[in-house]
Design a protein around this ligand. Structure first.
Ligand SMILES: Nc1ncnc2c1ncn2[C@@H]1O[C@H](COP(=O)(O)OP(=O)(O)OP(=O)(O)O)[C@@H](O)[C@H]1O
Length: 356
């Protein structure tokens, strides 16, 4: 763990502290989160939850989550809380970092579990694979201990980075809405109580208590797009693209997205007929605004195929439908056939034949 003590005089130790501290070293001084403020954040996020599992990697943000939720728990006002760390088996230090999380959870009398999320180190999409295996392990553990929520420590800075990643991918309103405060996954609520909190304030919270945390070298590894974007944040901030403004953009896009979703609900009720696992978008849908038409098609395909279609693939398909008066295509596990009258029939695609 990287502690908040002054830099060491030993050059070797100083170098290693500097390396580990890169991600947090440039953070501006900030106010720690006070008890009243954290209870407000938690009460809003955990409203109606009986039992929550905290996802704690041992990094600054999730260590602050553990400490502030632990302090709340000790006041007697919190729901049941448990703590888990997922070990991806990617770094030697991971075991010691999980030990430190376990010790800290113990200080607050919170039960702790070390979960196996082993990921193949040569995987080229290691971040994504680790994320999928992490959520799988956390949700399974939450279910096994009867927790109805999993809380992560995503911050305003994580939200800003997500918006930047989505901007660079040319995402639409759904993507630019970035992360939500709460989302239901397999019957469990995924909560992000710190989504409006700058990371600097969580670091300040730990420093105020003289507590340490671990730095994951992947966070500053230039092989990963998110780390590269993170290092460009300073320059963007100087141009006014602050985390706060990117967070506001996400918030506004979430509002736009909710309006679009409501319009799709209405359009689906009016223009989609579902029978025996086949959905038909009627020719009457042609009068809908392009965005609603496109997203209605995406929703119907996702319902049938079970996979969300990427926006650019959906746009290509819609182009195809407009330019060719009739035809068929297979996408995301669904077969999409359209006729010259303008009706679009979506059915389950036959499984692909294995290649020899
Ligand atoms: N190995 C892990 N075990 C448990 N929870 C994790 C793990 N990795 C990430 N998380 C959860 O997911 C959130 C977001 O992950 P991310 O990779 O952005 O964070 P981090 O940089 O690893 O660490 P931290 O957020 O603790 O500073 C974390 O705040 C934490 O709540």
């Amino acid at each position: 763990m990287n502690d908040a003590a002054p830099p060491s005089k030993d050059p070797k130790r100083r170098a290693s502290t500097a390396r580990r501290g890169v991600r947090t070293a440039d953070l501006p001084p900030a106010d720690p989160i006070g008890g009243v403020e954290s209870v407000k954040l938690f009460e809003r996020a955990f409203a109606g939850r009986k039992s929550a599992l905290l996802a704690v990697s041992g990094g600054a943000d999730s260590t602050a989550l553990l400490v502030l939720a632990g302090e709340w728990f000790q006041t007697g006002g919190a729901p049941k809380i448990a703590v888990a760390t997922v070990d991806h088996g990617l770094r030697e230090e991971a075991r010691a970092e999980a030990d430190a999380v376990e010790a800290l959870a113990g200080r607050f009398g919170l039960p702790f579990a070390r979960l196996d999320g082993r990921t193949a180190p040569r995987d080229t999409r290691i971040e994504e694979t680790a994320r999928v295996s992490r959520y799988g392990a956390l949700l399974a553990h939450a279910r096994s201990i009867g927790a109805d929520a999993v809380a992560t420590a995503h911050t305003l800075d994580d939200q800003a980075e997500t918006v930047l990643m989505r901007l660079s991918a040319g995402s639409g309103p759904m993507g630019l809405a970035a992360m939500r405060h709460a989302v239901r996954r397999d019957g469990i609520e995924l909560l992000r109580p710190f989504l409006v909190v700058p990371k600097a304030r969580l670091v300040a919270t730990l420093k105020a208590r003289n507590l340490g945390w671990a730095e994951d070298p992947m966070n500053v590894d230039p092989r990963f797009a998110r780390a590269r974007l993170r290092s460009a944040r300073g320059a963007l901030e100087r141009e006014g693209m602050t985390a706060e403004r990117l967070g506001v953009l996400a918030f506004r896009m979430a509002r736009v997205n909710a309006a679009i979703e409501a319009a799709i609900d209405q359009a689906a009720a009016l223009h989609v007929a579902r029978k025996n696992g086949v959905s038909v978008i009627g020719a009457s849908a042609a009068t809908l605004p392009d965005e609603i038409k496109l997203r209605l098609l995406g929703r119907v395909i996702a319902e049938i195929g079970g996979v969300r279609v990427k926006l650019e693939r959906l746009e290509r398909l819609a182009d195809h439908i407009v330019t060719k008066s009739s035809g068929a295509n297979t996408l995301a596990g669904a077969r999409i056939a359209w006729d010259s009258e303008g009706a679009i029939k979506v059915s389950s695609a036959p499984p692909r034949r294995e290649r020899r």
